[in-house]
Write a protein that binds this ligand. Structure first.
Ligand SMILES: [Zn+2]
Length: 533
């Protein structure tokens, strides 16, 4: 078995891992890269993922950094099944269409800009047509059912408790008579979070791909974050102020609604109107209501009492643009929830433009803010930011409430992994920025796991070989012939990698410098040998 890490390696977006077995090649997730431009340019290289040679895609959940490149993959020639849970399938239908719309709009905007510069038009990454060709390939498979992917290859979804329908993937492959079990954590949710179940514990596996979004941080508890949230709501109510919450349309929005519903039920919710300003979040909320099988015991109990956990007096869903604009003219206190969660696009930008410069307004970050996004710049203390070409001062009160995170923190990740029985399993730490991934890897090594690796982008790993950390070259008493053989093997691997990485980057220029000095050393060795003969 081999694994190729196309994305979400030392970064949090673009999840896509190819599992190559004798019988078939499977792609785990096919996510969009989001953030800095060098990263987003990778979205155009989905041809590298082998669309024509891939037998099936297994999708962990509907977030765009896991599913958002599927239409491009299909447009480049993939026509096989895409397995996901029933709720993921429903969410993908609305999220992929929305993503295509964004792609088309961005291409249109870029084209106008290009034409003014005398350049050619920009084609969208994919179109609604591509999404319409992708959706019929989605095959719903409920949690806990083992299915055959290809001869000798089976998989099963387990609840990952991250968003509605999110799954960890168990994959079994029989090769040369032996079975290898690979587990992909997907994105793992928090324990005891509102609405959803806790992540399912998995105990067996020889290979693990585990996320590390918060591999170096611990969240405040949910209760602490809720207390802070109530204080902010009360202050906003007293001062007649706005509370702006950038939130993913799927997941965080519903969790905030559920929390507000809970506060209302307990009688501690100040009488403030709540606006969900996102047609997508509105549609996603309807899908949540269709999938109570994904809810935890508490949310199901409310449903039994005919109490809708995602409804609230004074809750307004703004669908049309005019409704969204009208929110900006509102007087008095209000909670405004809008996408995107990392404030890099969407209606949230308008609300930030109207409120970011006002010292009495509150901006509440409740989700992960990736490098290169507007949200990250704001929480890192930018004095001003550019919005719609205009410099806007950051004077509002900025809060980050980690307790609402959809991701397990460092402690919860370590706890989830600790249930695996074998300390010899090969662990690949993915889906985390370099620092988080390395930090989690170090903790896992301390905890006694002996084969832990943080793979790089486009790295290929042959699982029949030793994986951690880098197979060292033997130090002493080695025959030059053997050493030459090992060097050749590594050189072949390096050459493959250099070929794959099209654009020369600083790192690759440095690499070619080193290779040149190696060449000189080889000449020296040749000189030694020649002088002997
Ligand atoms: Zn996710």
């Amino acid at each position: 078995m081999r694994i190729v890490f196309f994305g979400a390696a030392r970064t949090v977006t673009g999840a896509a891992f190819r599992i190559e077995c004798e019988e078939a090649k499977i792609l785990l997730d096919c996510g969009l890269f989001q953030g800095p431009r060098e990263l987003e340019e990778r979205n155009r290289r989905v041809d590298l993922y082998g669309p024509a040679t891939t037998s099936a895609v297994v999708l962990s959940h509907a977030h765009m950094d896991h599913a958002g490149l599927l239409p491009a993959f299909v447009a480049s020639g993939f026509g096989g099944p895409i397995y996901c849970t029933p709720a993921t399938k429903d969410l993908c239908e609305i999220l992929l269409l929305d993503s295509a719309h964004i792609q088309e709009m961005e291409a249109e905007w870029q084209t106008r800009k290009n034409l003014r510069k005398g350049l050619g038009p920009q084609t969208p990454l994919y179109t609604r047509g591509d999404v319409e060709r992708t959706l019929p390939l989605l095959r719903p498979v409920p949690y806990g059912e083992r299915r055959e992917l290809a001869p000798g290859i089976f998989f099963r979804f387990q609840d990952a408790g991250h968003i509605l329908g999110s799954a960890s993937v168990e994959l079994w492959a029989v090769e040369n008579g032996t079975t290898t079990k690979l587990v992909f954590s997907g994105d793992l949710g928090r324990k005891h979070q509102a609405l959803l179940n806790d992540p399912q514990i998995i105990e067996e596996g020889e290979v693990l791909l585990v996320e590390s979004t918060y591999g170096d941080r611990e969240h405040k508890s949910q209760e602490e974050s809720v207390r802070e949230f109530v204080e902010i709501l009360e202050q906003a109510y007293r001062e007649g102020e706005k509370v702006i919450i950038p939130a993913f349309a799927v997941g965080r929005t519903q969790e905030v609604l559920y929390t507000l519903h809970d506060l209302y039920r307990k009688g501690i919710m100040p009488p403030i109107p709540v606006y969900v300003d996102s047609p997508l979040a509105t549609a996603a909320t309807e899908i949540f209501k269709k999938h109570p099988e994904c809810f935890d015991g508490q949310a199901r109990a409310l449903l039994k009492l005919n109490d809708q956990p995602l409804e609230l007096p004074g809750l307004i869903f703004a669908k049309r643009v005019e409704e969204s604009r009208a929110i900006n003219d509102l007087k008095g206190a209000a909670v405004i929830i809008a996408a995107s969660g990392m404030a890099n696009a969407g209606r949230i930008l308008h609300h930030l433009k109207h409120n970011l410069w006002r010292p009495t307004a509150h901006i509440l970050f409740i989700g992960f803010q990736a490098q290169g996004t507007l949200g990250r710049r704001i929480i890192e203390g930018a004095k001003s930011v550019k919005l719609f070409g205009e410099e806007v001062a950051v004077r509002a009160q900025i809060h980050t409430l980690g307790g609402f995170s959809a991701h397990a923190d460092r402690r919860e990740l370590l706890d989830w992994i600790s249930h695996f029985k074998s300390k010899d399993m090969k662990i690949f730490v993915v889906h985390g920025e370099e620092k988080s991934a390395q930090s989690l890897a170090a903790s896992l090594q301390e905890a006694g796991f002996s084969h832990v690796k943080v793979p790089g982008l486009m790295e290929e790993v042959d699982l029949t070989e030793q994986v951690s950390p880098e197979a060292p070259l033997p130090q002493k008493e080695v025959e030059p012939q053997d050493l030459l053989f090992l060097l050749e093997k590594r050189l072949r691997k390096l050459r493959k990698r250099l070929n794959r990485e099209g654009i020369p980057t600083e790192a690759f220029q440095a690499a070619s410098g080193k290779l040149r000095s190696m060449e000189e050393m080889l000449h020296e060795v040749e000189g030694i040998l020649e002088s002997r003969s």
